[in-house]
Design a binder for this molecule. Structure first.
Ligand code: PGA
Length: 265
């Protein structure tokens, strides 16, 4: 029995391209990826790519012209629907481009741009209002882990970020557990540590929303995922996918991560 039959949760592997690839490079990257994956892969795994705003339209055009079942994702969004917010992009603009997933509260947004749990809550609402799926990121810093505050930090981010959402809404979200110290450092959490926190997140969802929401919600792990550690990480019952930064820019590595099941013992 595969994991999907076991839990009914299809893994989601997301490539967060961050501020990399101009629209011409993005077209090449998505074409190469679409040639490398086939319908059997998509039966087992959902795949999303998250280009910069300037590349979204180009990538969308390739995906639709070639009917490629890779979902389009964005890296950020503004909480308001329109207005005098120079430099920002609204959820309705993203949904018009048929964006399916929007990353909310990535630790780089929290750390470098001061996003708070309240921002995360408002952005998540805006994404949901446009019928897209938020990928809500949570994760502790190295100091918080060392001082034994990791679970508490993640709990606060989760409860504040998802405050006021009902159980059905939470069931449909993607939550990405991304320990800050693992992002872009080459030091991934061990499969055991990642599984422990993802299990904790699932039990928080059960306690604060419902057991059916906990069973349905997809929880990704992110932070230095590569082809070597992906197999172990994705074998964990509570880990339903990966949010991949650096390795998503390396074609062969990303394809191997998407195909993790082929490498499972
Ligand atoms: P990384 O980034 O895979 O390069 O560590 C992950 C992320 O930021 O989502």
């Amino acid at each position: 029995m595969n994991r999907q039959e076991l839990h009914g949760r299809k893994p989601l592997i997301s490539g967060n391209w961050k501020m990399n690839l101009n629209h011409l490079e993005a077209i090449q990257a998505i074409q190469k990826l679409s040639y490398a994956l086939n319908s059997r892969d998509y039966d087992h795994v959902d795949v999303s790519v998250h280009p910069t705003f300037t590349s979204l339209r180009s990538v969308q055009t390739v995906l639709e012209a070639d009917k490629v079942p890779i979902s389009l994702g964005a890296q950020n969004v503004h909480a308001d629907s329109s207005g005098a917010f120079t430099g920002e992009v609204s959820a309705s603009m993203l949904s018009k481009l048929r964006v399916s997933y929007v990353i909310v509260g990535h630790s780089e947004r929290r750390e470098l741009y001061g996003e708070t749990n309240i921002d995360v809550n408002e952005k998540t609402k805006a994404v949901l209002a446009e019928g897209m799926t938020p990928i809500v990121c949570v994760g502790e810093s190295i100091e918080q882990r060392h001082s034994g505050q990791a679970q508490q930090t993640v709990e606060q981010q989760l409860l504040r970020g998802l405050a006021t959402f009902d159980s059905e809404v939470v069931a449909g979200l993607v939550i990405a557990y991304e320990p800050v110290w693992a992002i872009g450092t080459g030091i991934s959490a061990t499969a055991n540590d990642a599984a422990e926190m993802c299990g904790h997140i699932r039990s928080l969802v059960a306690q604060n929303w419902s057991s059916s929401a906990a069973e349905a919600v997809r929880i990704q792990y992110g932070g230095s995922v590569n082809p070597s550690n992906a197999v172990d990480l994705l074998a964990q019952a509570d880990i339903d996918g990966a949010l991949v930064g650096g390795a998503s820019l390396k074609h062969e590595e990303f394809v191997r991560i998407v195909n993790f099941r082929l490498y499972q013992p």
